[in-house]
Design a protein around this ligand. Structure first.
Ligand code: ADP
Length: 421
């Protein structure tokens, strides 16, 4: 893929991601706005209705104590207290004749035909509430119609919703401004998030490219060697070259087999039968096998165990290979000194440590050495395919364990494997 195509894809992807984040964020805000607006309106209406009902009930109660004239005066006074511009009333008999009313010139809605309809309804239902939007006013009016005085009368009280609508207006303005600010913030955050995701994707793509490059390199080298050997052997019976060809082919297929095993373990595809394995015995045996190799390089290989045995459930062949990979690396990357191998129990884990006094690993490389085919530049001249530690990591992870490294450049490394008992 050319760099330009890749950049274009990333840019359009990043744009789309930003857009998605922003759309999600803004629509969430809008939904929250509408829901809270509806809740606020419903709550305010409920408060107004409660007030109107309390007033109507009070008038109903008064019918037990006062005569009609006294009640009319009482209503007028209480209305005046609330403010004539905010509240109106109408008292009707059960056959809908108006007995008392606020000024109809000030409240033309008092003569609207629906007012009488609602009064009629209240005879059936006791209390009804309605909202009116009169053309002569900017505010809605909430009206209660209630049968009172043992259903002989009907009181209608209307109250403008000015205060409530002003409050909602204020809420909408403040929320609107907040949404505006949050929207800008949201888009900036969305963009930053998208950038973060891009860095991740870019990293993954780079890793993929590195692995592909490494595979290409690691497969090409033996293939070139095989071809060279085949050319030499061509036409003459050269058993040495033919033998080397077989060896190279074996190495290549071993590499491919390891790759497949790692892929299988990572994907959890193959459930390899696990049996009880004694980690102490297995590591001890591994050390014995590698002892001659260490001796050849004048390195002392020491093994010690804090426990007689440590039993875990594992696949013995794979675990042997895990230990062998660590021992092989320790010997390979140490030119003099010693290698200490230890097994111990730590809580519910069996722990294996392999410590060498070799070349060590720079801190920046310590994460990367577990990647497939990754080999530190300085060690490329030594035999290997860069799959050893990937194998270790995948197999240990498939057993529910972990592997880590501590190392100082030029002083040595310690690899630690923890496996659940
Ligand atoms: P290989 O050993 O085949 O190169 P590995 O996956 O086992 O591949 O290791 C990857 C790289 O990590 C090695 O190439 C080497 O650079 C580094 N490495 C591994 N073990 C050690 C060690 N004990 N000391 C120093 N470097 C190491």
């Amino acid at each position: 893929m050319s760099l330009k195509t890749k950049n274009n894809i990333l840019r359009s992807f990043s744009f789309r991601l930003t857009l998605w984040y922003a759309v999600f964020f803004v629509s969430s805000l809008v939904i929250i706005f509408f829901i809270s607006d509806k809740i606020l309106m419903a709550d305010l209406l409920h408060v107004v209705d409660r007030g109107l009902l309390a007033q109507a009930t009070k008038i109903d109660d008064e019918f037990g104590y006062f005569n009609l004239d006294q009640i009319k005066t009482g209503i007028r006074e209480s209305i005046e207290q609330e403010g004539k511009n905010r509240i109106f009333y109408r008292l009707l008999t059960s056959d809908l004749k108006v007995v008392a009313t606020s000024d109809p010139l000030k409240w033309p809605c008092l003569n609207f035909p629906q007012m009488s309809q609602w009064a009629d309804q209240s005879l059936e239902n006791k209390v009804v509430f309605h909202t009116l939007s009169p053309p002569d006013r900017n505010y809605k009016i909430r009206i209660i119609s209630r049968a009172i005085g043992k259903d002989k009368f009907i009181i209608q009280i209307g109250k403008t919703m000015k205060d409530e609508e002003d409050l909602v207006g204020l809420y909408r303005r403040v929320f609107g401004q907040a949404v505006g600010v949050l929207m800008i913030l949201g888009i900036v955050l969305a963009w930053l998030e998208a950038q973060k995701a891009m860095v991740r994707i870019d990293g993954l793509m780079r890793n993929l490219r590195d692995v592909t490059n490494n595979i290409a390199h690691d497969l090409r080298t033996p293939l070139t060697r095989i071809r060279g050997l085949a050319e030499t052997a061509e036409g003459k019976q050269d058993p040495e070259s033919l033998g080397m060809i077989v060896e190279e082919c074996d190495r290549l297929s071993a590499t491919i087999k390891t790759m497949l095993e790692i892929a299988e373990a990572d994907a959890g595809l193959k459930d390899v039968p696990k049996v009880s394995v004694d980690v102490v015995a297995l590591v001890k045996r591994g050390c014995e096998l590698f002892e001659p190799l260490a001796q050849d390089k004048n390195i002392s290989l020491k093994f010690n165990a804090t426990q007689e045995s440590l039993m875990i459930k594992a696949e013995p062949m794979r675990l042997q290979r895990v230990v062998a990979n660590l021992l092989d690396n320790a010997i390979k990357f140490t030119s003099s000194g010693s290698i200490d191998v230890q097994t111990k129990k730590e809580g519910a884990h069996a722990v294996i440590t392999v410590t060498d006094t070799g070349i060590g690993i720079e801190s920046g490389q310590q994460e990367r050495i577990f990647e497939k085919f990754y080999r530190i530049e300085s060690s490329r001249s030594l035999p290997g395919n860069g799959l050893g530690l990937s194998y270790v990591q995948s197999m240990v992870a498939s057993l529910g364990g972990s592997v880590s490294v501590q190392s100082t450049l030029g002083q040595g490394s310690t690899f630690t494997i923890k496996l659940p008992l």
